[in-house]
Ligand binder design. Structure first.
Ligand code: SAM
Length: 434
C-alpha cells in the first residue's frame, strides 16, 4: 500500500466557491477532496461515478466539472433539491432577481384562503394566514416546472424538477428557516416545535416576499459570474434523485467508481435538522415524516424491525455492540444498543447493494468519521474495512486526518466521559476484486 496524499475532506467554510455556502450543512465534505480522489482514480472519460449519500451534491458537482458522468442519490428530498439548485445555469442565475419579482407578483395573484391550509404541515409553527405567502410563492415556482401535482402543491417527482425550480425552492427553504429562526436551539441540528397553538407565530406577507427576494439576491451575488464552471454548458447526463442506499435503482455492474461519505454514527437527527424544509415539501410530522426519519441511516429513532447481530459485520462492530450493551449508564442497553444495531445493519445492507452496482475492479472511496459512545470509541474505519471483506473488496489505501471541530460537543454529557472532542476522519480506498 503506497502512501498518497488527498486534500483534507473537512469542509473549509471560508471557501471562495460560494455555492458551497448556499445551504447550511454540517455533514458535507470538501470539493478539493473529491477532486483529488477523481484524479487519483484516473478513470477513462465517460466513466460513471456514483455517490449513494450525495447530501448537498459535492461529489456530483465535482464529477460533472471534471467531465465525468455523475449519479447522486440521497434519501432526503431536501438534499436532492439543494444539489440540483447548485446546477443552475448562467443565464438563469443572471436573470434570477428579475424572475423572482415576477414570481412574487404571480404568487400574489393566486386566490388562496386559510381554508386551503388547514392541515398544512407548516401549521405546526405558523398561523394559517402566514402560511399563505409561502404556498403562493411555491405555486408560482412550481408553475415553472411542468411536472407537479397542482392539487396537492407538492413536488412529487424530484428527479424531474428543473435546476432552476430547485434554485427557487432553495431560496424558499432559506426564507422559512430565516423567518422561523426563533424555533432554533443551541443544538444547530434541532428545531423546536411549539406545544401550544398560541406559540405559533405570525409573519407578515410582505416580510416573506422581501426575505425571499433578499435570499435570491444574496445567492446570485455570491457567485462569480465569470467562473468558467458556471458558463460551461451543463452536462445533461447527470442523475440526481431520491433513493435509499439500501436499494439503488441501478443495474448490476453499472458503475465505474463510488466516492462518498456515509451518514455519521453520531446520533445527529438529520430529519429534524431539515424539518422546516420537509414541511414546505409537504411532509407533515406524522406518517410521511416519520417514515423518512426511520429510514435514515444514523437516525436516533428506533424502528419496529427486529434486528439480530450478524457475524458478517465484523469483530470491531460486534465488540463495540457488546461494550454498549454492558455499559453501566442508563439506557445503554434499552436504547443506544438498538440505535447502533440499526446503524450497522443498514450500513452492511448498503455496502452489499453498492457492491452489486459496481463493476468488477472498480473503486469505492469512503470518508468515515470515528465517534464515541460515552467513553467507547467506534472505530468506523475498522468497521467498514471488516464489513467489505465480506463483499470481497480489498483495501488499497487508507489516509487519516485529525480534525478538531466535531458535532460531538453538541451532545450534552459528552464532556463527562471525554475531554478531547477531536476525531479522526479516514478516507478508505477499496477495490472490488476482478
Ligand atoms: C455525511 S452526509 C453526505 C454529505 C455529502 N458528502 C456532501 O458533501 O454533502 C450523509 C447523507 O446520507 C443521507 N442518508 C441517510 N440515510 C440514507 C439512506 N438510507 N440512503 C441514502 N441516503 C441516506 C443523509 O440524508 C445525508 O445527506
Amino acid at each position: 500500500m503506497g502512501s498518497i496524499r488527498l486534500s483534507n475532506p473537512k469542509r473549509n467554510y471560508n471557501t471562495k466557491n460560494c455555492k458551497e455556502n448556499w445551504f447550511d450543512y454540517y455533514a458535507g465534505y470538501s470539493p478539493e477532496f473529491v477532486e483529488d480522489t477523481i484524479k487519483y482514480l484516473n478513470l477513462p472519460s465517460n466513466s460513471i461515478i456514483l455517490d449513494p449519500w450525495n447530501g448537498i451534491g459535492t461529489t456530483t458537482q465535482v464529477v460533472e466539472e471534471l467531465g465525468y458522468r455523475a449519479i447522486g442519490y440521497d434519501i432526503n428530498p431536501v438534499m436532492v433539491i439543494v444539489a440540483k439548485a447548485k446546477r443552475i445555469d448562467y443565464i438563469s442565475l443572471v436573470n434570477a432577481e428579475k424572475e423572482s419579482n415576477e414570481l412574487i407578483n404571480k404568487g400574489k395573484s393566486y386566490y388562496l384562503t386559510d381554508e386551503h391550509v388547514q392541515t398544512d404541515p407548516l401549521g405546526v409553527w405558523l398561523n394559517p394566514c402566514s402560511i399563505l405567502p409561502f404556498r403562493k410563492l411555491e405555486r408560482a415556482i412550481l408553475e415553472k416546472n411542468e411536472i407537479h401535482d397542482k392539487k396537492k402543491l407538492q413536488v412529487k417527482n424530484y428527479e424531474n424538477i428543473s435546476n432552476e425550480v430547485a434554485f427557487y425552492y432553495l431560496a424558499l427553504f432559506k426564507t422559512i428557516k430565516e423567518l422561523l429562526s426563533v424555533f432554533r436551539s443551541s443544538n444547530p441540528t434541532w428545531v423546536k416545535r411549539p406545544k401550544l397553538a398560541s406559540e405559533r407565530i405570525n409573519v407578515n406577507e410582505s416580510i416573506v416576499y422581501e426575505s425571499f427576494l433578499n435570499n435570491i439576491s444574496k445567492m446570485a451575488s455570491s457567485v462569480d459570474l465569470e467562473s468558467p464552471n458556471l458558463i460551461n454548458k451543463k452536462n445533461n447526463d447527470i442523475i440526481l434523485s431520491v433513493s435509499t442506499s439500501e436499494s439503488l435503482p441501478l443495474p448490476n455492474d453499472s458503475v465505474d467508481a463510488i466516492i462518498a461519505s456515509p451518514p455519521y454514527c453520531t446520533r445527529i437527527d438529520y430529519a429534524i435538522a431539515t424539518v422546516l424544509e420537509l414541511a414546505l415539501l409537504g411532509f407533515s410530522s406524522d406518517e410521511y415524516f416519520s417514515t423518512l426519519r426511520n429510514k435514515m441511516i444514523g437516525t436516533p429513532t428506533i424502528s419496529k424491525e427486529e434486528i439480530v447481530v450478524k457475524n458478517e459485520w465484523g469483530k470491531t462492530a460486534n465488540y463495540f455492540l457488546k461494550l454498549v450493551s454492558e455499559h453501566e449508564s442508563k439506557a445503554s442497553l434499552s436504547y443506544y444498543y438498538k440505535i447502533y444495531l440499526q446503524y450497522f445493519n443498514s450500513m452492511y445492507r448498503s455496502l452489499k447493494e453498492i457492491n452489486r452496482v459496481m463493476k468488477k475492479g472498480s473503486h469505492c472511496v469512503l470518508v468515515v468519521q470515528d465517534s464515541y459512545y460515552k467513553d467507547i470509541l467506534i472505530d468506523l474505519s475498522a468497521v467498514f474495512s471488516e464489513m467489505v471483506e465480506e463483499v470481497s473488496w480489498k483495501i488499497e489505501n487508507k489516509i487519516s486526518y485529525h480534525n478538531k471541530r466535531t458535532l460531538a460537543s453538541i451532545h450534552q454529557g459528552t464532556k463527562k466521559y471525554r475531554k478531547n472532542s477531536s476525531v479522526k476522519e479516514t478516507a478508505l480506498i477499496f477495490q472490488k476484486k476482478e
